[in-house]
Write a protein that binds this ligand. Structure first.
Ligand SMILES: Nc1ncnc2c1ncn2[C@@H]1O[C@H](COP(=O)(O)OP(=O)(O)OP(=O)(O)O)[C@@H](O)[C@H]1O
Length: 230
């Protein structure tokens, strides 16, 4: 469902590619863990997978759609419809409460709005169901999102990524601020929800202890292009 071929990416003024991958295929429903040290290009890779940045060379295709054939505007639309993104710093909107933050993802995607309504009766009920599933107690739903703990904010960010059942969730090291028990609990709740719709998960971290929780782990430093066509 997601495929990368001969992918290279340079940030401006860098003489060496920060992402250099000969081939990677991610199947529908797969939970893939991509690890590598700080600065090895994990966040840069995710920005290419989500079509936020464009590769210097090579191609990213999601659901059979090569990103290179889409304009920037169409890529934004495609991303809103098919990808739930959990950012490293969550990117929650500070003046919206948790329910409003979760609902926001459906404002950019009719497809996800319709899916949420079909599944739960209304978009609001869908947001409430997801926050419950992710164990954010109801007493926090209408508070300022900035008054929540990091772990609670993370649950809001995950519910926002999951609403409307996008085909893929991309998570950029979202557990680094949590202790071990809370990290494993968070990942297990995320997986439980994702499995209901056979959603794929791409999760990056430098913390190898999380690897056994996933169906596959990949070392980003082992993916470098060899120049050999595959
Ligand atoms: N917006 C940017 N502009 C220029 N260079 C950047 C930008 N973002 C990242 N880089 C550079 O790209 C390299 C890889 O960064 P990236 O954030 O992708 O690594 P990472 O593996 O996700 O790191 P970490 O685990 O610390 O989050 C670094 O050298 C970084 O300085």
């Amino acid at each position: 469902m997601l495929s990368l071929t001969h992918l290279q990416f340079h940030w401006p003024k860098q003489n060496k590619p920060v992402v250099d991958i000969s081939q990677l295929e991610i199947a529908q429903g797969e939970q893939i863990f991509i690890f590598g040290p700080s600065g090895s290009g994990k966040s840069s890779l995710l920005s290419l997978l989500a079509g936020i940045n464009v590769p210097t060379q090579g191609e990213v295709s999601l659901l059979g759609q090569p990103f290179s054939t889409l304009s920037a505007k169409k890529r934004d639309r495609f991303r809103a419809d098919h990808i739930g993104y959990i950012f490293q710093n969550f990117n929650l909107i500070s003046y919206l409460n948790p329910i409003e933050n979760v609902i926001l993802a459906t404002a950019f995607s009719k497809k996800r709005a319709m899916h949420a309504i079909e599944q739960d009766g209304s978009i609001k009920q869908s947001a409430e169901r997801l926050l419950t599933a992710l164990e954010l107690p109801q007493q926090y739903w209408h508070q300022s999102v900035m008054s929540l703990s990091i772990g609670q904010q993370q649950r809001v960010a995950a519910a926002r990524a999951l609403i409307g059942a996008p085909e893929i969730i991309i998570a950029d090291e979202p557990t680094s601020a949590l202790d071990n028990d809370n990290r494993e609990r968070f990942i297990s709740l995320l997986f439980q929800e994702a499995k209901k719709h056979h959603t794929s998960i791409v999760f990056v971290s430098h913390d190898l202890t999380l690897a056994p929780l996933f169906t596959r782990s990949v070392d980003i430093t082992s993916l470098a292009n060899t120049g050999v066509a595959q």
